[in-house]
Write a protein that binds this ligand. Structure first.
Ligand code: SMO
Length: 743
């Protein structure tokens, strides 16, 4: 295994800042996790199976389910006309006049893409459902993919930012569509009971799922219970419900029987929401000493055949994250999103931030080369200094805090020295015939918009119970929450805190585990709830201590009489008490970082090995350095996948060619860096939008790491063409190496 190292920031007196082991892990590594597929189906549960169109876009000429319906053990067969959404799930209205979601539980009579479900069989067993699917007669007439509809268009910054400049450079990056690869596939178990529908669902947004299911089923949200459990990764793909999930819930409600569906990996490839796919064009002007004077960009986002809740987010983030950590006086970024004949394309770890960072960092390197500056020199010349923050960017954002030049220095020192030293070592290896490269990237990462909720209770039995709508998708949220609560309540051990997540009946309304917001905003809601609880607890303590409330002070584990520190009472004796609070962030916080990558390329095979990654990241207060490091490893793995291998490939007829893990090049352990060093600043820039001080870190690995890697590959090859398509597969690199290095 590659080695990582982390140095904890802000270790204080309490539990926040300490590398506590994840309370989640013992159950997870001993097979006692409780994912949606682990929930025992009640007796009489039916299984759902989808029949999918083999071609698309298409029109259904004929769909005959009579034979399937007549088979023993088949409870129902539904087609599009049987399952019509009562209302459309909400789409985040980030742009004016966004069209409706175009959400249909089953496709028909038009089939928007190959792989869309055209019928759903609900049967007693899997085997019966499989046989019934074989018995369905479907005749599809392939349609030409016609002109695609525009869903939104907007301009960030001031139009016409381009001026004559002594030096102007351009870059085009075409991002592949990728499969956000959660280990746990989509799973639904829908159980009608006592006039309500209990839905076990693998989701990162349980309350949104409740609202969306209620809309689609035409029910009151109170009639839906999205029930709790572990979630095995989401990465954006589980941030709003998919047609299949809605279809299963509808079937259970209609039939008044529990229905269960566990998506196969193939179904995830064929129909789950996808990530990336953006095409990004940029042009940037510089004066002769390397100072940026303008940046103009155009960002095109394919959206698939329907809109996910956050469909507009990647394009919007890609635009508003420009011009990154740099001072650029004039910026304009045009964005456009279009419907396309394929599964929905939505948010995926980073969601537009990687696209912005990769574009900027390519442009910076191109300009440096043109001007004869080092990659470090051109960045030092343009990075916003700490005293310039908060800084209002030309695209309308406010970078709140951070020390970007210090992050650059820190990453260089982790990499082994000044750029010139690293370059000298590189050149010595080149002289020996090796193909090696160094790459640098600086980036910013917006986090934590909106609100979160929490409820803190002391039960009659003396248990301390925290429930938050800010859920988890595997990050270790319960561990982080218990640390925050233990400090706020002066507890001796975070294990005293029970944490409830991911259950719409057991937690107050929340947004969920996404957008690098959950520790900061969810933690803030928890702190507010604890503060409210403290008030009522103090009154209860006064009664029990026979003291006036003003004569009662906080003490370790509870309260004490001001005049006599030995006269104490613990929290657990004060129940039952309960407090609930919401935290609404008035602004966003911006994490930032810098990555230095060193790669070696095998000219014979085009294989890239990542020899070393040095990564300095400022994510504000680090609640738990182990959790932070886990997020950095996970993010960088996905960032590496995106640069070196991941790509959904379809043939000219829309048939998926990379529909399995044999053909889809997910990064493996061997592709991970040989060594990686992580550092957090000794004085992190606390987030101003939450009393926790935590910014986001979960998406950082997909932002800075890919940009640094691409620059390192460019350096190894002498340069990259102005237009590149990701991923840079071994074949691409082999061809480039032959062209550029006359091998
Ligand atoms: S792309 Mo994320 O789960 O906000």
């Amino acid at each position: 295994m590659p080695e990582g190292s982390t140095r904890a920031a802000c270790e204080g007196e309490g539990f926040v800042g300490r590398p506590l082991r994840r309370r989640e892990d013992i159950a997870l590594v001993t097979g006692r996790g409780r994912f949606a597929a682990d929930v025992p189906p009640p007796p009489g549960t039916l299984v759902a199976r989808f029949l999918r169109a083999l071609v698309g876009p298409a029109r259904i000429r004929r769909l005959d389910v009579t034979a399937a319906l007549a088979m023993p053990g088949v409870a129902a067969v539904f087609t599009a006309a049987d399952l019509v959404a009562a209302a459309q799930p909400a789409v985040n209205a980030l742009f004016a006049d966004l069209p409706p979601a175009r959400f249909a539980p089953l496709a028909g009579p038009e089939v928007p893409f190959a792989g869309a479900a055209v019928a759903m069989i609900v049967a007693e067993t899997e085997a019966i459902a499989d046989d019934a699917a074989e018995a369905i007669l479907v005749d599809l007439e392939p349609l030409q993919a016609t002109a695609v509809d525009r869903a939104f268009a907007a301009v960030f910054g001031a139009e016409g930012a381009e001026d004559p400049a002594p030096v102007a450079v351009s870059a085009t990056i075409r991002h592949a569509r990728v499969a956000p690869m959660a280990l746990e596939s989509r799973v639904v178990l829908a159980v009608p009971e006592r006039g309500r529908l209990r839905v076990h669902l693998s989701s990162q947004t349980p309350h949104r799922a409740r609202a969306d299911l209620a809309a689609v089923l035409g029910l009151d949200p109170g009639a839906i219970h999205v029930a709790g459990g572990d979630v095995g990764g989401s990465f954006g793909v589980k941030a709003s419900i998919t047609p299949e999930e809605a279809a299963v819930a509808m079937a259970a409600w209609r039939l008044a029987r529990p229905v269960r569906w566990v998506a196969s990996r193939s179904e995830e490839f064929l129909s789950a929401p996808r990530g990336r796919g953006l095409s990004v064009f940029g042009r940037m002007g510089f004066d002769t000493d390397g100072r940026a004077c303008f940046l103009s960009a155009a960002i095109f986002a394919p959206l698939g055949a329907r809109l996910t809740h956050s469909a507009a987010v990647p394009a919007r983030n890609a635009a508003r994250c420009l011009p990154g950590p740099y001072a650029v006086p004039r910026v304009s970024a045009r964005v456009e999103g279009r419907f396309t004949p394929e599964p929905a394309i939505g948010i995926y770890r980073g969601a537009g931030r990687p696209e912005a960072a990769i574009l900027l960092e390519r442009l910076m390197d191109c300009a440096a080369r043109r001007l004869g500056l080092s990659p470090v020199a051109i960045r030092r010349c343009n990075l916003l200094p700490p005293n310039a923050l908060p800084h209002a960017t030309p695209t309308g954002e406010v970078l709140d805090s951070g020390d970007y030049p210090a992050l650059l220095d820190r990453a260089l020192s982790l990499a082994g020295g000044e750029w010139e030293t690293l370059a000298t070592e590189r050149d010595a290896r080149r002289a020996r015939g090796e193909c090696v490269g160094l790459g640098l990237a600086c980036y910013v990462e917006p986090c934590g918009r909106g609100w979160e909720s929490a409820r803190v209770a002391i039960t009659a039995e003396g248990r301390i119970r925290v429930a938050t709508g800010s859920t988890a998708q595997g990050q270790g949220r319960a561990t982080a929450v218990s640390q925050i609560v233990a400090d706020a309540m002066r507890l001796a051990d975070p294990a005293e805190v029970e944490v409830l997540l991911h259950d719409t009946d057991a937690t107050p309304e929340g947004i969920g585990a996404l957008a690098s917001r959950s520790t900061g905003l969810g933690g803030a809601a928890v702190l507010r709830a604890v503060a409210l609880l403290e008030e009522s607890a103090r009154k209860a303590a006064a009664r029990l201590l026979n003291a006036a409330p003003e004569d009662v002070l906080p003490a370790p584990g509870g309260f004490q009489r001001a005049s006599d520190a030995t006269d104490r009472i613990g929290w657990k004796k004060l129940g039952p008490l309960e407090a609930e609070a919401r935290h609404t962030a008035t602004a966003e916080s911006w994490s930032a970082g810098c990555v230095v990558a060193r790669v070696a390329i095998d000219r014979e095979t085009g294989l890239v090995s990542i020899e070393h990654l040095a990564w300095a990241e400022d994510a504000g207060t680090i609640v738990n350095p182990l959790l932070a490091e886990g997020q950095m490893w996970g993010g960088l793995a996905q960032g590496i996948g995106e640069v070196l291998g991941e790509r959904l490939v379809t043939d000219g007829e829309g048939t998926l060619l990379s529909g399995s893990l044999v053909d889809y090049a997910l990064p493996r352990a061997l592709e991970m860096p040989m060594t990686a060093c992580f550092a957090h600043p000794t004085r992190p820039s606390r987030a101003a939008n939450t009393p926790v001080g935590a910014k986001g870190i979960g998406e950082a690995g997909t932002i800075g790491v890919p940009a640094a890697l691409i620059n390192a590959i460019a350096d190894a090859l002498g340069d990259l063409p102005e237009e590149i398509s990701l991923p840079l597969t071994p074949e691409t690199i082999w061809r480039l190496a032959r062209e550029r290095l006359h091998a």
